[in-house]
Design a binder for this molecule. Structure first.
Ligand code: SAH
Ligand code: SF4
Length: 427
């Protein structure tokens, strides 16, 4: 996890650099041959983005020094575990987590079935405590640009599926670049996700051109564009993309292929593995509460995310969407989502776990609760307002009516109140 403040390079071993943030050391990938020990750099997603002049770095570090320590103190205090009455069973499971032992499927099942208030409280507090112990207070806040809602696929759950009668839009490469420049230069983002339906109007050439332009902004570029050929992804890596966001959606192959007609489970999994192998930072995960999903599926979803060696877990509730084959499905309960976030944390102490916008659709408070149940990443939508509402993968998406500046302010207020350091937006 990196901070959005300059770090000092204190060691370089091959392509791995050790970075010091006010005494706290983090390992990052260094692809820049000009970086030397003693230099100041910005890093994101575990990758060095750029060098910055010493004078500028020291000024920024001076400015943030006190705030940095103050936030850590608040987080440490909030993430303590309060004594609560709990069953022997749960205590035993949580002790095993404490000793870094892997949970069995039976133990995972026990956790998913908790519904006693005290035990839920203890579960969430333990997950938050482990998050703090293993990741400290850094919280990624990436920007996301939803650049096209055209899609060749017909996923049963999705509001922009091919058969949906929604107004379609595509942002031109120039518009995407302008939006990104604004997000970086005026709003302060250091990592941007480019997301769309599976829209082959943006062919390899167009995508390469966009990625090359964005690379000039010295940011971490995430792609969330669905299945493309391995060659295209390898070329986009060459062009400067360094991360992908691609959920496997469900670990149940039968359910996957039923809900995502004309697509193939193994192909998606093999692509995610390949992308990890060639060096992409991988964000992957699943939908929570798809119709006919069993408890065993939910457990396998968590285990598969870990097996894929996800750098970031992206998991969120399935929100039934009018006009889709699943419009009449029931909405998943908030505690089920929080239990899955907490369990993901207990089974992967070091991962970044994204608290997705869909969670806020369930209930305004869930963003905060997600951050207090093991979550430590967020995204802010920086898509131009005229397109935001058209990217309607599910209804009542939080934040679509707000100006991005308001979203940033409320996110920063929330993070600071919890003692978290937003890694893209100052500190
Ligand atoms: N087309 C790309 C990326 C855009 S869709 C892809 O499918 O990978 C991004 C995510 O939206 C999907 O991964 C899916 O998990 C989520 N999504 C789609 N419909 C949803 C719904 N009804 N509720 C919640 N999330 C949904
Ligand atoms: Fe297309 Fe992605 Fe929606 Fe499926 S989930 S229909 S691939 S945008």
């Amino acid at each position: 996890m990196c901070y959005a403040i300059p770090g000092k390079v204190v060691e370089i071993k091959k392509n791995i650099a050790l970075i010091d943030y006010y005494g706290e050391k983090r390992k990052v990938l260094n692809e820049n041959r000009e970086v030397r020990i003693g230099d100041y750099i910005y890093a994101q997603g575990g990758i060095i983005l750029n060098k910055i002049p010493e004078k500028e770095a020291l000024e920024i570090l001076d400015f943030w020094r006190e705030k940095f320590q103050e936030l850590k103190k608040i987080d440490k205090k909030i993430s303590k575990i309060n004594k609560t009455e709990s069953s022997e069973n749960l205590l035993k499971i949580l002790q095993r987590v404490n000793k870094n032992q892997e949970l069995t499927k039976e133990e995972m099942s026990y956790i998913l079935n908790i519904n006693n208030e005290n035990e839920l409280k203890l579960l969430y507090e333990t997950a938050n405590n482990q998050r703090q112990k293993h990741n400290d207070n850094a919280c990624c806040v990436h920007g996301i640009i939803e650049f096209s809602n055209y899609c060749k696929n017909n996923c049963h759950y999705c509001g922009i599926r091919r058969d949906s009668k929604v107004e379609r839009y595509r942002m031109s490469p120039e518009e995407i670049i302008k939006t990104a420049e604004n997000a970086v230069k005026n709003l302060g983002f250091k990592a941007l996700v480019l997301q769309s339906g599976e829209d082959f109007y943006y062919d390899e050439e167009k995508l390469t051109q966009i990625v090359k332009e964005l690379k000039k902004l010295e940011i971490l570029i995430f792609l969330s564009i669905g299945v493309r050929s391995k060659k295209t992804y390898a070329n986009l890596y060459e062009a400067g993309a360094r991360a992908i966001l691609m959920r496997f959606e469900t670990s149940n192959k039968e359910l996957f292929e039923k809900l995502r007609p004309e697509t193939n489970f193994e192909e998606r999994i093999s692509l995610i593995k390949y992308l990890k192998e060639i060096g992409y930072v991988v964000a992957t995960g699943f939908l929570i509460g798809l119709p006919n999903e069993t408890e065993n599926d939910a457990i396998n979803n968590i285990l598969l995310t870990k097996k894929l060696d996800a750098d970031m877990y992206s998991l969120g509730p399935f929100i039934p969407c009018i006009g889709t084959p699943l419009e009449k499905s029931s909405l998943v309960n908030k505690d089920k989502v929080l239990k899955i976030i907490a369990l993901s944390r207990l089974t992967n102490l070091d991962a970044k776990i994204l608290v997705t916008t869909a969670l806020e659709t369930l209930d305004k408070k869930t963003k905060k609760l997600g951050l207090l149940s093991g979550g430590n990443s967020l995204m802010i939508n920086v898509t131009p307002k005229k397109y935001k509402e058209l990217y309607s993968i599910y209804p009542n998406k939080a934040g679509t009516k707000n100006e991005v500046e308001e979203e940033i302010k409320s996110t920063l207020d929330l993070l600071y109140s919890l003692g978290r350091a937003p890694t893209d937006l100052g500190i």
